[in-house]
Design a protein around this ligand. Structure first.
Ligand code: ATP
Ligand code: MG
Length: 502
């Protein structure tokens, strides 16, 4: 059995040790005496439900947040004062989800940016520049390339390299794969393995068991602010064991009873749709049908979804429940026609931080509850209670401000807000990205329930596992058009991957 308590703290191969760390935010106890050690040169996974305390823990390790109590030891030295500066000096760097990159500077200049504030006095710029160029050459990034032109993986790499360039020995990545394609993820993992062979230690947060199993040497699982368990030998663990540690129980994976909607009168009919990188002669969606849109970035899946909601310039006709009209020119018009949309850009279309969870959930469906200028408060409270509960939002109550929630829980609030609008056509883009494995099943179940009440659904997703479990039909996009449609038993992870990559 490989699941056991963390080994002796005196372990000589530990580079970083966390001892009895607690963190309280008012009434919320985010960490309750967490003790773990990170092996030098390992990739150490950190896993746990939304709100389990992962971001809080790495926030403390990197000095961004102050622990309420506890001790951190780096390289055998107990750090008596923990802040960003002292942790970076000790060699610990947190690479945030929003890469701090200056677009109009070159890749090499961005690397050296980390050094500027750190080293006063004499700096050998020439030597530095040569170092930067050498480091970049090994990573496949052109040193002279403008950072603004780099793609998602290159930007991610640049951030990791900058941390190393600034003396990073322990580099922390909090859900770094969230916005990456399968292929990009592989590139990032190859890159991490290479740096690991050069002696870098990583702490890696992810909600995906397969990623933990693929890249990590060791893993720790947090549950409700406690260390629930872990392993120094991830290779000996199964995905089921990981899930059980995360949830404290086994998991019943959701699987939709796929329905065949062929021949039914459509609830949604798209005709002659044209946009800059989009061409779709016709697409029908039946009432209660769930259709998946997938493909490589820019292939048209996301673009079509946005075009239907008036967010991507395109022309065409749409028939919704018997009424034919021009494609909505704005989200407002789309909303009025009964279309709801959840963007995958949670920063721009995300929750409003200072407002309460309840206000956020109720926001979009407000017009439906207005009676002669008054808000029907009872109806509002019912909607809030329903989605606060259904999404299992981790907070003491819906009156709490959204910016006190963990990342995944903020996302649940956004999804609740969209579902609460009671649409005829629901469009969700990457609905379970950043959501833990348990809640993911709940989200897929809620969408399934909506469809059984006749709502038509489009799920834009690059998560093949999610598509296989949740939809009746998948449209694979390429060059702005549907290249292949899979139905029934043909919807498998293998076929989807093959079709997307081909
Ligand atoms: N600034 C804050 N004020 C109040 N509570 C907070 C604050 N930051 C975090 N919390 C609470 O601490 C707990 C742990 O949150 P944390 O962000 O560490 O979770 P997480 O494991 O990273 O979750 P996720 O997978 O959703 O990102 C949650 O209950 C959260 O609501
Ligand atoms: Mg987090």
């Amino acid at each position: 059995m490989t699941i056991h308590e963390r080994r002796d703290l005196a372990a000589t191969d530990a580079i970083l040790q966390v001892e009895d760390v607690t963190k309280t935010y008012g009434a919320v106890q985010a960490l309750r005496g967490v003790t773990l050690s990170i092996r030098r040169g390992a990739i150490h996974g950190l896993l746990g439900e939304n709100g389990a305390g992962k971001s809080t823990l790495v926030g403390i390790i990197s000095g961004q947040r102050t622990p309420s109590s506890g001790r951190i030891t780096m390289d055998g030295r107990v750090l008596d004062h923990v802040d960003v500066k002292s942790m970076e000096e000790a060699g610990v760097f947190l690479v945030t989800q929003e890469p701090m990159i200056i677009d109009n500077m070159t890749a090499a200049e961005n690397l050296m940016l980390g050094i500027w504030p750190a080293r006063r006095g004499f700096v050998d710029w020439k030597a530095l520049r040569a170092d930067a160029a050498r480091m970049l050459a090994g990573s496949g990034i052109d040193a002279g390339a403008l950072a603004g032109r780099l793609d998602a993986v290159a930007r991610r790499k640049l951030n990791i390299l900058r941390a190393m360039f600034s003396g990073g020995k322990v580099i922390i990545l909090d859900e770094p794969t969230a916005a990456l394609t399968v292929a990009d993820r592989k590139l990032l993992f190859d890159f991490m393995r290479r740096l690991k062979s050069e002696g870098v230690t990583f702490i890696f947060i992810s909600h995906y068991n397969d990623e933990i199993l693929e890249i990590c040497d060791a893993v720790s699982v947090l549950r409700d602010g406690n260390l629930a368990g872990g392993s120094d030998d991830v290779a000996a663990m199964s995905s089921e064991q990981l899930t059980e540690l995360v949830l404290g129980r086994g998991l019943k994976l959701f699987q939709r009873q796929r329905r065949d909607h062929a021949g039914k009168a459509p609830a949604v009919a798209l005709r002659e749709l044209r946009g800059q990188h989009l061409a779709l002669p016709a697409l029908d969606i039946a009432p209660g049908e769930i259709v998946g849109f997938t493909g490589l970035p820019g292939a048209g899946a996301k673009e079509l979804a946005r075009a239907i909601f008036g967010l991507y310039p395109a022309r065409g006709r749409i028939t919704l429940n018997g009424t034919e009209r021009d494609l909505p020119g704005s989200p407002r018009a789309a909303f009025d026609a009964g279309i709801a949309y959840l963007s995958d850009d949670r920063r721009r279309d995300g929750a409003v931080g200072q407002m309460s969870i309840g206000q956020n959930i109720a926001m979009s469906s407000l017009p439906a509850r207005m009676r002669m200028g008054f808000i029907d408060r009872a109806a509002e409270a019912a909607v809030v209670a329903r989605y606060f509960g259904a999404m299992d939002v981790k907070a003491p109550g819906p009156e709490y401000a959204v910016d006190t929630l963990s990342g995944g829980n903020q996302q649940k609030v956004c999804l609740g807000r969209v579902l609460a609008t009671d649409p005829r056509l629901l469009i969700v883009d990457e609905p379970t990205r950043g959501i833990d494995v348990g809640v993911k099943q709940d989200v897929l179940r809620i969408i399934d329930e909506l469809s059984s009440r006749g709502v038509s659904v489009i799920i834009v997703s690059t998560d093949t596992d999610e598509l296989v479990r949740a939809v009746d039909r998948v449209c694979v996009f390429e060059n702005g058009a549907i290249k292949e449609t899979l139905t029934g038993d043909n919807i498998t992870v293998e076929r989807l991957r093959a079709s997307v990559q081909a």
